[in-house]
Design a binder for this molecule. Sequence first.
Ligand code: NAD
Length: 407
Amino acid sequence: MQQPEKITMGPGGRLQVPERPIIPYIEGDGIGPDIWRATVLVLDAAVAKAFGGARAISWLPLAVGEAAAAAGGEVLPESALETIRQHRVAIKGPLTTPVGKGMRSVNVAIRQRLDLYACVRPVRYMASVPSPMKHPEGIDMVVFRENTEDLYAGIEWPAGSAEAGRLEAFLREQMGVTLPPGAGIGIKPISRDNTRRLVARAIAYAIDRRLPSVTLMHKGNIMKYTEGAFRTWGYEVAAEQFADQTITEAEVAAEHDGRAPAGKVVIKDRIADMLFQQVLLRPEEYHVIATPNLNGDYLSDALAAQVGGLGMAPGANIGDDCAVFEATHGSAPKYAGLDKVNPGSLILSGAMMLDHIGWSAAAERVRRALQDTIVQKTVTYDLARQIEGAKEVSCSAFARAVVANMG
Ligand code: NAD
């Protein structure tokens, strides 16, 4: 086999992946080391089986978080960010956010510093996972949440502060707007460029995977120049960059009798509150959802609950230069080192990573074997307590059972 090599970016932003790509990983804090060990076992086995030993990942550890701080370094060393930039693809466990000191969140800092503007969260039901829905099998969606702006930009001032007072005075005197007394103030920026790159990525994803629709989720009836503009710019980028591959829902109704022409991705939009109802009542009508930051935060966790909870939900943060795949739950410190928790979220994030580098045969093996293990009711404590007749196993034993199911 080849020597380990970096993944590089080819023409048109396509990744060039060697047979032995070097992939940096951050184990993470708390339960991170437990779920990472389980994940690497499953991913390595899937790659070996899918490609008959001709391909393998060369894992490169990065010290970030509590491990880095314990060694006397920064929680998020600049060198770790640079290594991720250079290697194009990385995977991470959860990182604890120190309360009352240090940076706001290491996780958020990684996304911002690497400009990972799309938070991608696939939500698909796995048979046998307990769900509050009558028909969870109808849910198969991918949420593209904008990751860099909206109310998450962190532009806010507390009630009674000098800054809030100055802003209040400016709004009253210069803009003719009166705020209620003693208001905290936050600012919600949504920009054309950041909306267009997010929606373009969501549409390209739907086209690549031959998915029927992309829905722009917004609250534009109320917040016209932020959420409403998101909708406008979303349709705009579809028409400008994907005219041949897409069609709007309005065009389908007006020109095609309500039936989308074969091979075209339908672009539609829904108001946020209405879409929350629709994903409960008619989930099969939604495939890819592109949305600003705050809506996306709420929707992706609500959808994860519909299919059985956050313990199993995978995620990725993707930018134009690099991508970081991560478990969507936190570091659950009280379970650290107990070899107890469910590694499903990080394992499935690893499967997304394998898809991202074009190794879908291995990704499919991971998903199928994990699904089989759950159908056999061999599960960690969180699922065991909800499934009648379940066999409760440790985090590492669950990983071994998944590998055994690869045949
Ligand atoms: P958490 O997700 O870590 O844990 C909450 C509870 O969920 C746990 O006590 C446990 O009961 C359950 N849980 C979580 N992961 C599980 C798993 N894999 N299997 C089974 N059960 C699981 O949330 P928290 O307690 O709010 O946060 C703990 C720390 O994690 C905080 O410092 C927080 O900032 C951080 N955090 C990090 C990320 C990230 O790295 N992306 C995300 C969320 C929270």
